[in-house]
Ligand binder design. Structure first.
Ligand code: KG4
Ligand code: ZN
Length: 367
């Protein structure tokens, strides 16, 4: 920590298929500055396999972490000697990747003799609205990405209650699988969204899973199967798909996801507002929060009940290390730190009291 009580923290992220390093500067009574945020994705490495291959991911993280740190230092115009603390994703995620990050962080912390802080990746996402919009506790968070989907009441840096989540696929996985089934490029979210703008959402009526059951849990794997059946029926009937067929399938699929997220968010808000009527705020994070149709519906739903809606900029919605540095900073500010016994954890639910979600997902543990 510098004399002027400024803290410079380095964050590392390597839990899935993005290797990232970021540097934040924190000062008392001021919003933290993101001095650098470097992300190296691995989409190309996994493209041929139809999903993230854990061993390939881990090796790529081990190779790229040093480079990310060097690039972050250069972008921030700092050297390692300027770093006061290191925050690293210690889980949940693909264990090889998490281990790569934790080992790198331990080496740096030991070499520089500075504090090491283990961060829960989901806490990184969940605390991002505080980094970007200085949102006060508590708030309701909908975390929707390729690996995660859950509603959280965020009460403090380490105080989360999970109200529900997906019991199988995350919505991003469903978008990616849909794109694959229709021969559209990866990542599937943006391509399916683009096709959907040209399609008729009413032509194919896909299921809205679990809407008939109470609670905030969700399911997205049946939707993908329904889409597969609709596609195969078209193929059997006409021998191929027209541009319009593809657009209509995407529009129908996206409309189903939007309806499910909208209704489950309404229920989560009921529970949250009952407990916190004076703090009506919904924040979304994760790559799927970039979807314009989902965003628009949630914004309209929130406006209708006087709930403030906030979504971090896309680069901080998807996996990044600035969120890890920030979550580390919140723990550090409370006096928490780890040592060389810090373990990499494949599973690490934010809310230890909530029952485990079932799915483990192609991108790793859900919680
Ligand atoms: O948060 P993220 O970068 O990584 C994970 O933690 O998974 O999210 C990536 C996911 C991918 O599945 C991608 O298809 C999805 O977010 N995504 C979208 C959109 N942009 C990215 N899904 C729907 N609509 C989008 N516009
Ligand atoms: Zn993530």
């Amino acid at each position: 920590m510098n004399e002027n009580t400024e803290t410079i923290i380095l964050g590392l992220e390597s839990s899935c298929d993005d290797t990232a390093a970021a540097i934040l500067r924190a000062r008392p009574d001021a919003a933290p500055d993101i001095l650098a945020s470097i992300v190296h994705g691995q989409t190309d490495l996994h493209a041929a396999f139809g999903g993230v291959v854990p061993e390939i991911a881990a090796r790529a993280h081990a190779e790229k972490l040093d480079i990310c740190v060097e690039e972050a230092l250069a972008a921030a115009d700092l050297t390692l000697a300027d770093i006061d603390a290191i925050a690293v994703t210690a889980g949940p995620g693909l264990i090889g990747g998490v281990l790569s990050g934790v080992m790198c962080a331990k080496g740096l912390a030991a070499g520089l003799n500075i504090p090491l802080i283990g961060v829960n990746h989901l806490a990184g996402h969940a605390l991002t609205p505080r980094l970007t919009d200085q949102v006060a506790f508590p708030y309701l968070m909908l975390l929707v990405s390729g690996g995660h989907c859950q509603f959280l009441i965020v009460r403090g840096p380490e105080d989360f209650s999970r109200l529900g989540g997906t019991i199988d696929d995350a919505p991003g996985e469903a978008f990616d699988k849909t794109a694959r089934l229709l021969g559209l490029p990866q990542p599937g979210g943006p391509s399916v969204q683009l096709e959907a703008t040209k399609g008729d959402p009413a032509r194919f009526r896909f299921p809205r899973p679990l809407l008939d059951r109470p609670g905030c849990d969700m399911s997205f794997s049946g939707l993908k199967t329904a889409l597969l059946r609709a596609r195969d029926a078209l193929l059997a009937e006409k021998g191929g798909l027209t541009e319009q067929d593809r657009a209509d399938l995407c529009a129908g699929f996206q409309a189903a996801v939007v309806d499910v997220l909208s209704e489950k968010t309404r229920r989560a808000l009921d529970i949250y507002l009952e407990e916190n009527p004076s703090q009506p705020l919904l924040a979304v994070a994760g790559g799927v929060a970039a979807n314009t149709a989902i965003r628009a519906r949630l914004e309209t739903d929130c406006a209708a009940r006087d709930v403030t809606f906030t979504a971090p900029p896309l680069a901080l919605c998807t996996d990044n290390a600035a969120m890890i540095a920030y979550a580390g900073l919140e723990r550090f500010a409370k006096g928490a730190k780890d040592d060389m016994t810090l373990a990499a954890r494949p599973r690490w639910p934010l809310d230890q009291t909530a029952p485990a979600l079932l799915g483990s997902g192609k991108k790793g543990a859900k919680a």
